[in-house]
Design a protein around this ligand. Structure first.
Ligand SMILES: Cc1cc2nc3c(=O)[nH]c(=O)nc-3n(C[C@H](O)[C@H](O)[C@H](O)COP(=O)(O)O)c2cc1C
Ligand code: SF4
Length: 387
């Protein structure tokens, strides 16, 4: 490959004032590796330094809880207590050792997606989740204000830990997206009703962070732009919401949509659609194309089925997106960006079969397909030696 072919993909870009060495972002991916106290473990630090060595420009780690009720799993990272700052700093410092790689936590509250057996889930409205079979309790206004404060405090802790920026998780049926969707938000107070009111929680978080910290710490968001259900958030309204966020000052929007309940409804499993053909790739392009028209200074991130570096390059060159983000292929091949940069443009080994989702239910994130392939290879090598 002529290196010029991926000139834009491997050129630096900016999110707010933060320079990213290339346009490749690791999309947040839960590893189930944290300590019970919400601190990064040695295993997790090794996992993220391996990714950093592999050439990704910005690593967005994974759902990181802003309080205990919003914590979905025991081994989930948290930033709900000052005692966690030292542990997160260790992770950040370890990643920063690798040639200018940047790192961000994904601040999150499980909302009506919560599987946590210790707490009844909470949400803007009391509507049963068809996967967990749990019915969340409707939040009071005071509790919403408390949650906003917890997001703001978690941003402060992320800054103290040395993270380069922060991403809010407002997608996939987690709490912040529960507010955005007309299907899950039936409130009649200031946090429900029209688009502006359903977006208010995101505007309040941003404005309160700005009041406390100024603009020194870029606030970005993974945004539900489409629920893909008739009663839910439409793409059109998703873009209206994005406009409000752009005008408020969010530095980057990673377009997403869907959630766990889609699978139970027998629908296409957004955000982790199976990619078999080139036509299946880049499945959030319709959202990104619309976001590009309203973006102003905000960076737009294309996530979802990004598999072909040449098509990513074209999308970046045409300025349809400013960055691309990848999740599943980097589980199988954490060095995929280096491989592409070094001229091997063959498709990712990941078949997007989604078996890795099962691994985090029972232990640490890994790719079972890769493990199987490695075992087979070892067997064949042994056979050869024994001949
Ligand atoms: C095992 C697993 C864990 C995930 N964890 C998160 C997460 O913590 N936060 C999030 O926003 N998305 C999460 N996702 C979704 C991915 O970030 C991504 O949006 C989706 O898989 C589509 O991108 P891809 O085609 O590059 O995999 C997860 C996906 C997988 C497979
Ligand atoms: S299990 Fe492996 S091959 Fe399947 S989606 Fe996950 S990383 Fe890709």
């Amino acid at each position: 490959m002529n290196k010029m072919e991926l000139k834009t993909l491997f050129s630096p870009g900016k999110i707010g004032k933060v320079q990213i060495k290339n346009r490749i972002i690791r999309s947040a991916t839960f590893t189930n590796m944290a300590s019970e106290q919400g601190n990064p473990t040695e295993e997790q630090i090794e996992f993220y330094t391996t990714l950093a060595k592999g050439g990704t420009g910005l690593i967005i780690t994974e759902i990181t809880s802003i309080d205990q009720i919003g914590k979905n799993a025991n081994a989930q990272l948290c930033l709900d207590d000052d005692s966690q700052i030292a542990g997160h700093k260790e992770l950040v410092d370890a990643v920063h050792e690798y040639s200018e790689v940047k790192i961000a936590p994904q601040l999150s509250h499980a909302g009506r997606n919560s599987f946590n057996p210790q707490h009844q889930p909470v949400a803007p409205s009391s509507i049963q989740n068809i996967v967990t079979k749990k019915t969340p309790r409707e939040l009071t206004i005071e509790e919403i204000r408390e949650i906003i404060k917890n997001f703001v405090d978690a941003c402060g802790r992320a800054y103290e830990s040395g993270y380069d920026l922060v991403q809010l998780n407002a997608g996939h049926g987690w709490l912040l997206s529960n507010f955005l969707s007309p299907f899950t938000n039936k409130r009649s107070d200031e946090y429900g009703g029209d688009t502006q009111n359903r977006t208010k929680i995101l505007l309040d978080i941003y404005n309160q962070v700005k009041d406390e910290m100024g603009k020194k710490f870029p606030i970005t968001i993974k945004l539900q732009t489409n629920d893909f259900i008739p009663e839910g958030l439409s793409l059109e309204e998703g873009i209206e919401i994005a406009k409000l966020l752009v005008d408020t000052g969010y530095c980057a929007i990673e377009a997403s949509g869907g959630g766990i309940e889609l699978i139970a409804r027998g629908e296409k499993p957004y955000p982790s659609v199976v990619v078999k053909t080139p036509e299946d790739e880049n499945f959030f392009l319709p959202s990104v194309q619309k976001l590009q028209q309203i973006k102003k200074d905000c960076s737009i991130i294309l996530m979802g089925g990004v598999r072909n570096p040449l098509s990513a390059e074209k999308i970046l060159q045409e300025k349809t997106a400013d960055f691309i983000a990848i999740s599943r292929p980097l589980i199988y091949e954490p060095d995929l960006p280096n491989r592409w940069e070094n001229g091997d443009l063959s498709p990712p080994l990941c078949t997007s079969c989604n078996q890795c989702y099962g691994t985090v239910m029972a232990g640490s994130l890994h790719c079972p397909i890769k493990k199987k392939a490695e075992r087979r290879k070892r067997r064949e090598e042994k056979k050869k030696l024994n001949k």
